[in-house]
Design a protein around this ligand. Structure first.
Ligand SMILES: Cc1ncc(COP(=O)(O)O)c(C=O)c1O
Length: 463
């Protein structure tokens, strides 16, 4: 038997995060304020602590990971690199399928990699309470866990549809001492406004973000800040431990580089965490196909334009240059709750504009098919978000068989699905519905963006 669990020791954990902003051939467009002019770091100060804002705007290639954060991460890191030999056998493919197993963290996903870092930096800055939003509940539970470790209070606004579908996530947050409410809620102006207009709304990440930001910036003590689980540069930065570990692990078994890298992308953090250290290699000439995957119900990277848009529904965030379905987008209630965001990380969008990344969309039913195949071969039950990546992995493994090529596929197993079994119930009982965003609906949401500044598509033309 070939090695199927490739593990690193604690001493091998990466000591620095990798910042793709240092190597992008064309720099990111700046975030803009309400006047359409680039914002300075101080404008973000009511929302985030300055030590994280410094990371957000940094173009340093390597950023040291403080020893105390490493000590928090050792609970589950370095995470194993595993080979999916049982799936390979079932598919009868010559491809070698490797995956970073991020489901081993206490809350069950990659999200704590940034949650512990953000909680630690906030604590250092003298903050006492964090607010946030959560879709599927993975991020909320990760931040609840992290806040408990470093000694901060935590308040989570959970998108209504997931709040109702996933009561166990709420219980996890409460176990780690956090307060979790369904969003839209009647605790904020943003929430009350939406409830007045749409009392039965399933909610959206955009609305929950507005509520969480509002509670942070209106705390007159100045001791509350907001924390975001994806999209922003510093969040993606903290996730790069995944790809940096994977590189070391592949080297240990004599693999110089994977041929294909795959990750699901909601706001982009797990995909970026795995792929960015390899995107650096691609920029320097390596031949790697790098694929972020999204649902057809929320086709941000594959169908939405590259524009300036707000990160939230109430238009309180700066304008970010990104692919966006429009800040008012209310996604269909698919089970991959973490992939229902209207925008995408600006660093990923710039990678798409450059041609370094090749996004794809999959239907939710084919994703569940792949997830059930995985569960019946490898044994583990993946998160609905991870299943989207699996659909692409299965496709690539089949393609390698057709071509007779022994390709190395690397993907991010971003989380387990043990708290997400309602989606499996729907799939197994034949009730799962297919969604593809209708073009008229997309155009309706995009009409809101016409008055906003336009984002210029800048690229080097090398890819
Ligand atoms: C298990 C899992 N994977 C992926 C995602 C998508 O988020 P991101 O694109 O930031 O990795 C989520 C978000 O909640 C998640 O819970």
């Amino acid at each position: 038997m070939d090695e199927i669990k490739i593990t690193l020791k604690e001493k091998d954990i990466p000591k620095q995060w990798y910042n793709l902003a240092a190597d992008l051939p064309t720099p990111l467009l700046p975030p803009l304020g309400p006047d359409g002019k680039p914002i300075g770091p101080e404008m973000l100060a009511p929302v985030f602590p300055m030590n994280l804002i410094e990371q957000e705007v940094s173009t340093e290639r390597w950023i040291d990971i403080p020893e105390e954060i490493l000590d928090l991460l050792y609970r589950w890191r370095p995470s194993p690199l595993r080979r999916a030999v049982y799936l390979e056998r079932y598919l009868d493919t010559p491809a070698k399928i490797y995956f970073k197993d991020e489901s081993v963290s206490p809350p069950g996903s990659h999200k704590p990699n940034t949650a512990v870092a953000q909680a630690w930096y906030n604590k250092q800055f003298g903050i006492e309470r964090l607010t946030t939003e959560t879709g599927a509940g993975q991020w909320g539970s990760a931040l609840a866990f992290a806040c408990k470790l470093v000694g901060l209070e935590c308040k989570v606004f959970m998108v209504r549809i997931s709040f109702d579908q996933k009561p166990f996530r709420k219980l996890m947050m409460q176990t780690w001492g956090a307060n979790c409410v369904g969003s839209p809620s009647d605790e904020t102006n943003a929430g009350r406004k939406v409830l007045a207009e749409m009392p039965d709304t399933p909610g959206s990440l955009g609305i929950a973000i507005s509520e969480a930001i509002e509670q942070a910036v209106t705390d007159s003590s100045g001791k509350t800040r907001y924390s975001l689980g994806s999209v922003l540069n510093h969040v993606l930065l903290h996730q790069t431990v995944i790809g940096l570990e994977a590189k070391k692990q592949l080297k240990m078994i004599g693999i110089d580089k994977p041929d294909i890298i795959i990750g699901c992308a909601g706001g982009g953090s797990n995909f970026a965490g795995l792929s960015f250290p390899f995107v650096a290699d691609k920029i320097n000439g390596a031949d790697i196909t790098i694929v972020p995957v999204e649902p057809t119900a929320c086709p941000t990277m594959t169908r939405a334009p590259f524009v300036y848009d707000f990160g939230d529904t109430a238009c309180t965030t700066p304008l970010l240059a990104m692919h966006s379905l429009g800040h008012a987008f209310i996604p269909p209630p698919i089970h991959a709750g973490g992939l229902r965001y209207h925008g995408m990380a600006p660093l990923i969008c710039q990678g798409i504009v450059e041609g370094l990344l090749e996004p794809r969309a999959y239907h939710q039913i084919e994703s569940y098919e792949a997830a059930v195949t995985w569960a019946r071969t490898e044994g583990f039950i993946p998160a609905p978000e991870t299943s989207q990546a699996l659909a692409a992995v299965v496709d690539e493994a089949k393609k390698a068989k057709e071509e007779g090529k022994e390709k190395v596929i690397l993907f991010n197993y971003s989380g387990h699905g043990l708290m997400d079994l309602t989606g499996y119930d729907a799939y197994l009982s034949g009730k799962l519905i297919e969604y593809e965003l209708p073009e008229e609906e997309l155009q309706k949401y995009l009409a809101d963006l016409e008055k906003l500044p336009k984002a210029e598509m800048r690229k080097s033309g090398k890819w």
